[in-house]
Every structure is written in structure tokens, then in C-alpha cells.
Design a protein around this ligand. Structure first.
Ligand code: PLP
Length: 488
């Protein structure tokens, strides 16, 4: 039975709210602006609350349990971030307000830029990009602008390892670059010989994820960045995996020229379900002039008594605007709060525990689930969800069965170089008890794969909907009354 929608429970005349008395002079609205009919549902407050509470319970959430979705860093979002983002001075301002009325917001953005510079080892940062993929596009446009500015217009080739996230080739292609795939070697690093063979006068840059999407630290990172630079190219760092590096290694010190941060992963701003993210980019000295505008700057220094005056500036050779207004400000407040709550030592511990948790699980599972690149991992690892003696079982079946144990499935079928991939990122916020329970569920599922494969094939068994045609469900999202979701 489809869930009742708001329009199903609407009763004419019911109200859930009252407007305050009008305290300004009444005036007529221009003709044609007001609709004669506005068929909104009419519902009492209690029914609205119950409706949305019930809907929220149909979904899995990080506030309900472990969410080991590799590469996505679904860590717990501390509620203090939400308190800060809801402060009226932050929540109720408008991006078109005069700068002298939003000095507190600008101060926060300026300080966040400074903190990200320090964390990543970059002299300049822009907060504008809306998410990781948008940061990648911004970064590649910056690389393109840099080469064009030097008259190097033939530099169009962007090298991307075969383990990379799909957004890397997509954003490079969107920026009009030519994408060349690099193979990985037997240890999961970039194949150095393949890299060398592409280092020529057409090279614009390399997009590199470190730790990469196998969860492995790129062992030849210094040699790689030197090789690309020697050929006149630049190195783009996909910073989606910064959760392994905080306070331990800075991409800027490793030779990365431009990197995006995923505030919604590393710094715990909520994400999932297509919600707002934030993908600031940090750049080396060489690229600072190309950053998108506007960047928050101090326009008048302060002193011990008077705070500085903040404003915006446009870098000299800016690629222009990449986002309306100034970026996703609510995400800035949350990330700023997270960074300030942890401080430098706390951030380092975040990464240490993320790496420890991933290795703990890897060791518990690796004798049962093959880990093809089996070396000490960073914040995540990739196992295979397949066995020769259970030929009908796939990674998808393991993922679906995990839901019966109240765990969100890991990422599956990515990275593409691992067959039947299960990419597991526990994050630092899970306790040893939770990790043990997750490992126990995984081990039991591996046993069932041989002894009771049907229970995997028919899973999940306790969720509001069973197996969906996922492509169709995403394309034909059901948002209106009386239609059920497309089943397989
Ligand atoms: C390695 C990697 N790069 C880039 C992205 C893109 O980030 P976003 O989802 O914020 O666009 C992701 C997202 O999962 C990722 O895991």
C-alpha cells in the first residue's frame, strides 16, 4: 500500500498554524500576482508532525546507525553544528545585504578560508563551489586558465587513474579537456611508467585522489607530482578523502597545485539524498590569481579594540563566478563549528581513529572477504563480495542482506577496478562495539552465501520497500499521491 500523502489527509478548514496580526499598513498587490486558487493541503499541526515523523522513519539515517558508505564519509554530524547554523544572525541573513550588516558572517567565512589553507597547506582558498564535483570543475577550469594565460593552449590532456571517482573524468570533459585513463599497478598505486609516457608538452595536468579510492595512500606521491611538474603540467588533488589526512599530511606540501575539500564529508556537514554540500578549493601560489570571485578579504585591518572590516575581492585573473552569491553558507557555519570544536589536535585524532577503525575492520574481514590490494589502508578499504563456491552471490546481495542487520550497505561496484567491490568506510565516529557487530553481520552473511543463498537474494526483508529497480526509481522519483515505487 502506498504511503498516504499530505493531500490524502487534508480536510477542508483544518489549520496547523496562525499568522501574527498585521502590524504594517495594508496595500494592494499588483494585479495578476495573486492566484485565485491555491490548493494546499489543510491539516492540523499534530497530523503534519506525525506525517513527517513517520516519513522520516521510513529512511535509514546516520542518526540511526552505522553508514559505512565508502568514499562518502558518512560520519556522525555533531548537533552543536546545527545549533550554530540555526543562530538567527547566521540563519536569517540575506546574501544581498550590505556588507556592513553581515560582518560576522564574513568573519566566519574568512576564518574558515584561513583554517582550510592551514589544513591543506595552500596559500589561497575559495569557498564558492557547491560540492565536490563542482570543486573539481572549478579546479580544472583554473588549470585551463593557467595554461591559456601562459599561451600554452595545446595543453589539454588530463590524466586520470582508473581507480578515480566518476566525477573526475566527467568534470574534465565538461571543462573541454581530453581525458586519458592511467592504469593502477599491483599495489594499487598509479602505474609510473604509464604516467611517464604521457608527460609531454600536451599535458595539462593529472587528477589524483590521495588516499585513492582503494583506500590506499599513493606511495609514490612525491615522484608523481615532480614528474608532472617537470613536464609543465599541474596536479589536481581530489580531496574527498581528506578524512585520512587531517593534521598528518598536507596535500599542498606533497606537490598538489589545486584541491577541493568536501566540507560535507571531512567536516561533518550533513549530506545524502541530494542535500547541499560544499566543495571549497585550495590552490598553490601559482594559481591564486585564477580563483573564482568573490573571495572574502580583510579590507581594513583591525586592532586590539576594533575588529577588522571584511569585504570581497576579485583575484587578478579570476575564472569568474562559479556559483550564485557566495557558496553554501549554512555548510560553512557547520564546518567552522566542527573545526573549532576539535581544534588541531582533535582533528588529527579524527583521522587517526578513521584509519584505525578501517584497519580494524579490514583485519577482521580479510580472511572471509578477499581484499585484492591487501596492505595497511587509510580511512577505508575495498573487499570483494564474491566467492567461487557461491557463484550466484553478488556484492549487491551482500549489501542488501546487511540492511536486515540494521546497517547501511557499503558502496558497491566502485571502484571499477575491483570486481564485485564492497567499499567500506566505517569513519572515526563508530565505537568498537558497533564495528564488532558490523563484522559479525558480514561474517554471518558470508556463511549464508554458501548455506542459504536465497536469504541473500530476497533481502532486504524488513525495510518499507524491498528491491527496487534503482535506475528507474531514481529517474522516476515518486513524489505524488497514489503511485507506488517501481519494483524490479
Ligand atoms: C573520491 C570522490 N571524489 C569526488 C566526489 C564528488 O563529490 P560530491 O559528491 O560532493 O560532488 C566523491 C563523492 O562521493 C568522491 O567520493
Amino acid at each position: 500500500m502506498p504511503e498516504p500523502q499530505l493531500c490524502d489527509i487534508s480536510v477542508p478548514g483544518r489549520r496547523g498554524m496562525r499568522y501574527p496580526a498585521v502590524d504594517v499598513p495594508k496595500s494592494e498587490l499588483p494585479a495578476g500576482l495573486v492566484r485565485e486558487e491555491l490548493p494546499l493541503p489543510e491539516i492540523s499541526e499534530v497530523d503534519v508532525v506525525r506525517h513527517f515523523t513517520r516519513l522520516s522513519q521510513l529512511n535509514y539515517a546516520i542518526d540511526l546507525g552505522m553508514y559505512p558508505l565508502g568514499s562518502c564519509t558518512m560520519k556522525y554530524n555533531p548537533k552543536v553544528n546545527e545549533d550554530a547554523a540555526r543562530l538567527s544572525g547566521f540563519a536569517l541573513i540575506h546574501p544581498l545585504q550590505p556588507v556592513d550588516t553581515v560582518q560576522g558572517a564574513l568573519a566566519l567565512m574568512y576564518e574558515l578560508q584561513e583554517m582550510l589553507k592551514e589544513i591543506g597547506g595552500f596559500p589561497a582558498v575559495s569557498l564558492q563551489p557547491a560540492a565536490g564535483a563542482h570543486g573539481e570543475l572549478t579546479g580544472v577550469l583554473i588549470i585551463r586558465a593557467y595554461h591559456r594565460d601562459r599561451g600554452d593552449t595545446q595543453r589539454k590532456k588530463i590524466l586520470i587513474p582508473d581507480s578515480a571517482h566518476g566525477t573526475n573524468p566527467a568534470t574534465s570533459a565538461m571543462a573541454g579537456m581530453e581525458v586519458v585513463q592511467l592504469p593502477s599497478d599491483a599495489r594499487g598505486n598509479i602505474d609510473l611508467e604509464a604516467l611517464r609516457s604521457h608527460c609531454d608538452e600536451r599535458l595539462a595536468g593529472l587528477m589524483l585522489t590521495n588516499p585513492n579510492t582503494l583506500g590506499l595512500f599513493e606511495e609514490n606521491i612525491l615522484e608523481i607530482t615532480e614528474m608532472v611538474h617537470a613536464a609543465g603540467g599541474l596536479v589536481y588533488g581530489d580531496g574527498a578523502n581528506m578524512n585520512a589526512l587531517l593534521g598528518i599530511a598536507r596535500p599542498g606540501d606533497l606537490g598538489i597545485d589545486v584541491l577541493h575539500y568536501n566540507l560535507h564529508k571531512t567536516f561533518s556537514t550533513p549530506h545524502g539524498g541530494g542535500g547541499p554540500g560544499s566543495g571549497p578549493v585550495g590552490v598553490s601560489e601559482l594559481l591564486a590569481d585564477f580563483l573564482p570571485a568573490p573571495v572574502v578579504t580583510i579590507v581594513e585591518e583591525g586592532d586590539e579594540e576594533i575588529p577588522p572590516l571584511y569585504g570581497y575581492s576579485t583575484p587578478a585573473k579570476s575564472i569568474g563566478r562559479v556559483k550564485a552569491f557566495y557558496g553554501h553558507f549554512g555548510m560553512f557555519v557547520r564546518a567552522y563549528t566542527y573545526i573549532r570544536m576539535y581544534g588541531p589536535d582533535g582533528l588529527r585524532k579524527v583521522s587517526e581513529h578513521a584509519v584505525l577503525n578501517a584497519n580494524y575492520l579490514r583485519v577482521l574481514l580479510k580472511d572471509t572477504y578477499r581484499v585484492p590490494y591487501d596492505r595497511v589502508c587509510m580511512h577505508e578499504f575495498v573487499a570483494e563480495g564474491r566467492w567461487a563456491d557461491a557463484p550466484d552471490i553478488h556484492a549487491l546481495d551482500v549489501a542488501k542482506r546487511l540492511m536486515d542487520f540494521d546497517f547501511h550497505p557499503p558502496t558497491n561496484y566502485f571502484p571499477l577496478i575491483v570486481p564485485e567491490a564492497l567499499m567500506i568506510e566505517p569513519t572515526e565516529t563508530e565505537s568498537k562495539e558497533t564495528l564488532d557487530a558490523f563484522a559479525a553481520a558480514m561474517l554471518r552473511i558470508a556463511e549464508e552465501a554458501r548455506n542459504n543463498p536465497d536469504i541473500l537474494h530476497s533481502a532486504p526483508h524488513q525495510t518499507p520497500v524491498g528491491r527496487l529497480d534503482e535506475v528507474k526509481a531514481a529517474k522516476e522519483l515518486v513524489l505524488c499521491c497514489g503511485v507506488s515505487a517501481p519494483a524490479i
